[in-house]
Design a binder for this molecule. Structure first.
Ligand code: ATP
Ligand code: MG
Length: 138
């Protein structure tokens, strides 16, 4: 068993898609072991996406992530990081496979409905940014 960190982004919470996205997650065999709806601060968003701070879309990304509430989650399962990346689909929904969350729900490459950690190491860092151990019930 391993864990990954997920965010249901503002474009999805705005359209009341939290339940439908959770259904895809659970249908794929991942268990939601922690979940909270929050409004991300500018500081949190800038830190969270810090690796992209030199990219031209950084300002737009931070504005988007702080525009409306998000749902932060911890997902648990076998090979949770690659499994969630697979069901999320490609960053750009135009390239995402059929049945993936981004193919089903994303609006465009920026407003792409979900975030998922890209390595076990980053998953642990990202989970610790938003949850304490006692808030995760596996
Ligand atoms: P995430 O980190 O959110 O799970 P990802 O790992 O698939 O997505 P990254 O390359 O890490 O993709 O990009 C982080 C986020 O930045 C994307 O999810 C998207 O919201 C935004 N983004 C990436 N590329 C672009 C782009 N060309 N134009 C606008 N926004 C972009
Ligand atoms: Mg990423």
């Amino acid at each position: 068993m391993s864990r990954t960190f997920s965010i249901i982004k503002p474009d999805a919470t705005r359209r009341n898609l939290t339940g439908q996205i959770n259904a895809v997650i659970e249908g794929a065999g991942l268990r939601i072991v922690a979940q909270r709806r929050i409004r991300m601060t500018r500081e949190q968003a800038e830190q969270f996406y810090g690796v992209h701070k030199e990219r031209p879309f950084f300002g737009e990304l931070v504005a988007q992530m702080t525009s409306e509430p998000v749902v932060v989650q911890v997902l648990e399962g076998e090979n949770a990081v690659p499994k969630y990346r697979e069901i999320m689909g490609a960053t750009n929904p135009e390239n995402a496979a059929e049945g993936t969350i981004r193919k089903l729900f994303a609006l465009n490459v920026g407003e792409n409905s979900v975030h998922g950690s890209d390595s076990d190491e980053n998953a642990a860092i990202e989970i610790a940014q938003f949850f304490s151990d006692d808030q995760i019930v596996g």
